[in-house]
Write a protein that binds this ligand. Structure first.
Ligand code: GLU
Length: 331
């Protein structure tokens, strides 16, 4: 029997598997390299763990869907329940890695490490960041000390929590950041160090489940700006949204006419959550907008895209407004 831990790697595409016609050109296509080629490109992974690989999909993560999240959740649940598996790595594009990580953080019932990683430079470019990111992700997934910390995202020597991580820059390799919360730890050439664990509920301590769920409800995000009207909010309702997340200005604010449309949506039974388009800070209840009167939920420090994930999972169950607000404070 091998003394090495066994790490399963699930590939979804992204720039980490991207190929470009030139080692110095900016243009490339995501998801060109197979999981086999990704693993073969980093033979040093064998020093860390015994590996098995699986190709879940091969997309740029801008094409990530609820259906793929459900499939990933099922594969992680299956692998996490197997005695011979010690940890799981998921390779992904970075555009929506923060949403995929948070979705899994809330639904998978395992304490084994589940680690997402990606890259900003395609595999064929100069100084590609994918190989070392993959090496570090496997090191964290193989590490018993990473257990119980929820879903993690590893890139550029940093270990982020799924709830806090955001993509903060369009091109730099240090694009993934945890503003306002800080890192879970660092990982330097396969050596992880941890500073803290996540403080909100996750994985085994989360009530959310996608067992038997075939499709996720529609939840739209509406972006607030100067001279905003309520037309996009009305369009979301017509499109069948069961939830709307407002990427509000400031503390989750919006113009008077948009507020009227959001209030009408809430009165019609659409769950409306106020978040902010700002990169940091809290949207608390009843500050400039009286959420009690309008029937809204405050997102606290969840970004619009993370609030959307929590909202669509919350909508799988029946919750009163008070319970929904409590979920946004606990998770
Ligand atoms: N569009 C790419 C993706 O998310 C962006 C870069 C990356 O992969 O990290 O797939």
């Amino acid at each position: 029997m091998s003394a090495r831990p066994h790490v399963a790697v699930l590939a979804t595409g992204g720039t980490i598997a991207g190929a470009s016609p030139s080692a110095t050109g900016a243009s490339y296509t995501s998801g060109r390299l197979s999981i086999g080629a990704l693993l073969e490109a980093v033979p040093e992974l064998g020093e860390l763990a015994e590996l098995s690989g699986e190709q879940i999909t091969a997309i740029g993560s801008q094409d990530m869907t609820g259906a793929i999240w459900l499939e990933l959740a099922r594969r992680v649940a299956d692998l996490g329940g197997r005695d011979e598996i010690d940890g799981i790595v998921i390779t992904s594009g970075t555009d929506t890695i923060e949403e995929t990580a948070f979705f899994l953080h809330l639904v998978v019932d395992t304490s084994k490490p589940v680690v997402l990683t990606g890259a900003m430079r395609p595999a064929s470019s100069l100084s590609a960041d994918g190989p070392l990111n993959l090496y570090n992700a496997v090191a964290v997934a193989a590490d018993r000390d990473a257990r119980g910390k929820g879903v993690l995202v590893v890139a550029n020597d940093k270990i982020h929590g799924a709830r806090s991580v955001v993509k903060a820059n369009t091109t730099v390799v240090d694009t993934l950041q945890s503003p306002g919360r800080g890192l879970i730890g660092t990982v330097h050439f396969g050596e992880p160090r941890y500073f803290r664990g996540p403080v909100h509920g996750h994985t085994l301590a989360s009530p959310f489940s996608v067992d038997g769920v075939e499709a996720l409800p529609r939840v739209d995000i509406v972006f607030a700006h100067a001279d905003m009207d309520g037309k996009l909010i009305e369009a979301a309702v017509v499109a069948g949204a069961r939830g709307i997340v407002l990427a509000g200005v400031g503390s989750g604010n919006l113009s008077s006419s948009a507020l009227e449309a959001l209030t009408a949506a809430a009165a019609a039974g659409v769950t409306c959550v106020r978040s902010t388009r700002l990169p940091t800070g809290f949207v608390a209840r009843n500050v400039e907008i009286n959420d009690d009167e309008h029937g809204f939920v405050a997102a606290y420090d969840l970004s619009p895209q993370k609030a959307r994930v929590l909202l669509l999972l919350s909508l799988l169950g029946a919750h009163s407004g008070t319970e929904l607000q409590e979920l946004f404070q606990r998770f």
